[in-house]
Write a protein that binds this ligand. Structure first.
Ligand code: ZN
Length: 153
């Protein structure tokens, strides 16, 4: 199995069996992200406690890329501090927004590298970044963001 196939499998697996999926009973912050280009509509629910993402979940509907990306995000960032989560978020956004012509050392990105392929399809980049942008909105201004909506447009 080549790397590209492996990455496609990973995206399919995470979209079919999304991790941390469903609206939790308790949370401190939520942001609803909407991508009108594709119709992805995902809400991120996070419980911030002692400067950490104690609980991170998502709910909504979307294409396999948006669901897989949100799914992987919740898995990677649960338990992290706000600053660790923000740096992972910038790393991911930087990866998928790099020009496709640019060579990237995929080894440093772990499973996130599965999404490097979306760079070839600019309209899908917003699917991959939706959940991350929504979470970033919360983490950058936790004191102002209790419950909010963001759109990629
Ligand atoms: Zn989408």
């Amino acid at each position: 199995m080549d790397l590209q196939t492996l990455y496609q499998e990973l995206i399919l697996e995470y979209s079919r069996n999304p991790r941390n999926f469903g609206k939790p009973q308790h949370y401190t912050h939520s942001v609803r992200g909407f991508n009108p280009l594709c119709g992805d509509d995902i809400t991120i629910y996070v419980t911030l406690e002692d400067n950490k993402l104690k609980d991170l979940r998502f709910h909504g509907t979307g294409c396999s890329i948006s669901i897989a990306s949100a799914s992987l995000m919740t898995e990677l960032l649960t338990g992290k501090t706000i600053s660790e989560a923000l740096s992972q978020t910038s790393k991911f956004l930087e990866l998928v927004q790099k020009p496709f012509s640019e060579d990237i050392d995929l080894n440093q990105y772990g499973n996130l590298a599965a999404f490097a392929g979306v760079r070839a399809f600019p309209s899908r980049v917003k699917c991959a970044t939706l959940a991350w942008h929504a979470l970033e909105e919360i983490l950058k201004h936790p004191e102002q963001t209790q419950h909010k909506q963001v759109s990629t447009e």
